[in-house]
Design a binder for this molecule. Structure first.
Ligand code: ADP
Ligand code: MG
Length: 481
């Protein structure tokens, strides 16, 4: 490992994120958007660029792009223009990609990220709509096949201001962006399916300098881990180069994750010239202000606002509120349980301690839980009320979390009702004292651990149903007495 920190330089990063909109059909054709099907099953004459085929804009995609823009606090432009971005590639039959260039649908937004407990605001420069290209499948050194299922799938490109300052901030930005896009239903943003891909522009400048340094752009980062690792490596490389008196040359680069290595794809001299121009097949996209207002009013509560509300309304710690709002589904589940239970705090603790760790163990999310929020709340309540000991309640929860069940009925059926009757507990304690004279003796001799041993005996005799607090109290009284 070389120098991890380079105090002489400030790091500057801007991200371009491509995100697949959650539509059923493509941006300009009726072909289905699907993933994992046999190649070339979802193509029309538009996807194939047959002569005379004309694009027809997907209204749903426009709505979702606007939702994304509103969620990121952008200005939504009532008029935007589709442009042709010209380049040749085998998986691009038209010879151009339809995108937006000079007049994108959204500009000037922001995304707040949390880094090291601090909230930081990252500017969003623009969001434009565009179609995805097809996919080239390389087999060995000589054969390449083209799959056009992805050709024309609707995307938004979300371009950030150069406001990010570290690989860690890149990770936080991508995670928060994914969370928001999912909340508003604009995208499933599943990175494993290529629905969220990121290009990272990285430059360094001497500490305190205000003009931007020369950037290099790392293309096509397709996981959070790769994005963070690539940026970290690129920062190291540039810093080492500058330390050695070199200069950074603007370039487009790639990241080989297996080797943790950055490689140059092309330098500025062979920079792309896309010869953008407005697509003559498409009239300007006009979205009336009333329609924009309608989309705005249908937006759900966004995660940051919801976390703030959870913290104040349910008296939760800020961190806990953030965890419970990490996905809309989890936040909904919590709120249903909280309302069934009557207090949010206890429910929140149980979710964070018991439910989330169980989800983690199985590597699933809240959708996998079969237990209803109401039944969950009922179980928490039984534990709160001392009707079931905490341990028995937790064990029962793990048993029914993924299969469902009625906690009330199960507690009855199995006789799990806690023993809190003082007479019964006194009898159990007396029995434990009588049959363990040695422990009683060592307790008297000052060995405080013996109390725990005796507690254990009582709990065992009660089959875990005795209320531990009361048992401890009675034991201490009898022994200390
Ligand atoms: P393109 O890459 O298509 O030429 P831009 O020039 O608009 O597009 O920049 C794209 C991204 O690069 C934006 O996220 C922007 O914030 C970022 N960026 C631009 N200049 C720099 C720089 N010197 N250092 C780091 N990021 C930069
Ligand atoms: Mg770029």
């Amino acid at each position: 490992m070389s120098r991890p920190a380079h105090p002489d330089y400030d790091v500057v990063i801007g991200l371009e994120v491509h995100c697949q909109l959650r539509t059923e059909s493509k941006l300009f054709s009726s072909a289905a958007v699907s993933y994992g099907d046999a190649p070339n099953q979802h193509v029309t004459e538009v996807c194939l660029a047959l002569p005379g085929a004309l694009p027809v804009l997907n209204g749903r995609a426009v709505e979702l792009a606007i939702r994304a823009g509103l969620a990121l606090d952008c200005k939504i432009h009532p008029t935007s223009v589709f442009a042709r971005k010209n380049y040749f590639y085998p998986d691009l039959p038209k010879g151009y990609q339809i995108s937006q260039f000079e007049e994108p649908v959204c500009t000037g937004g922001r995304l707040d990220i949390l880094v090291g407990g601090e909230r930081k605001r990252i500017g969003i420069t623009r969001i434009h709509m565009e179609e995805d290209a097809g996919k080239s499948i390389h087999e060995g050194a000589v054969t390449t096949q083209v799959d056009l299922n992805r050709s024309g799938v609707p995307l938004v490109e979300i371009v950030s201001e150069p406001d990010l300052r570290s690989a860690e901030e890149v990770g936080a930005y991508l995670r928060t962006l994914r969370q928001i896009l999912r909340y508003v239903g604009a995208s499933d943003a599943d990175m494993e399916k290529g629905q969220l891909r990121c290009d990272a522009n990285v430059s360094l400048r001497p500490h305190g300098e205000t003009t931007l340094g020369t950037r290099r752009e790392i293309k096509n980062l397709n996981s959070f881990r790769n994005a963070q690792a690539a940026v970290k490596t690129e920062i190291e490389n540039q810093a080492n180069l500058l330390d050695d008196g070199g200069t950074v040359i603007q370039a487009t680069v790639g990241y080989d994750a297996d080797a943790d290595r950055i490689f140059v794809m092309r330098t500025k001299e062979n920079a792309d010239d896309y010869r953008y121009f407005p697509d003559p097949d498409l009239i300007p996209l006009v979205v009336p202000e009333e329609r924009i207002a309608e989309i705005r009013s249908a937006l759900p509560e966004l995660p940051a606002a919801r976390a703030d509300r959870f913290a104040s309304e349910y008296g939760l710690k800020v961190d806990d509120a953030a965890v419970l709002t990490s996905s809309r589904e989890l936040a909904d589940w919590f709120e249903s349980a909280a309302s069934a239970h009557g207090t949010g705090k206890a429910v929140a603790n149980w979710i964070i301690r018991d439910v989330l760790s169980a989800l983690n163990d199985r590597d699933v999310d809240i959708d996998a839980v079969a237990l209803s929020p109401d039944a969950f709340a009922a179980l928490v309540k039984m534990s709160d009320d001392g009707r079931v000991t905490p341990k028995n309640a937790r064990d029962l929860l793990q048993e029914i979390l993924f299969d469902g069940g009625d906690p009330e009925a199960l507690v009855q059926e199995r006789g799990l009702e806690a023993v809190s009757d003082t007479g019964e507990l006194e009898a159990l304690v007396d029995a434990a004292i009588a049959s363990n004279p040695q422990a009683v003796e060592s307790f008297a001799a000052g060995d405080k651990k013996s109390l725990n041993f005796l507690m254990g005996q009582v709990m065992k005799q009660s089959q875990g149903k005795a209320d531990p607090g009361s048992v401890r109290e009675i034991l201490a009284r009898k022994l200390g007495g």
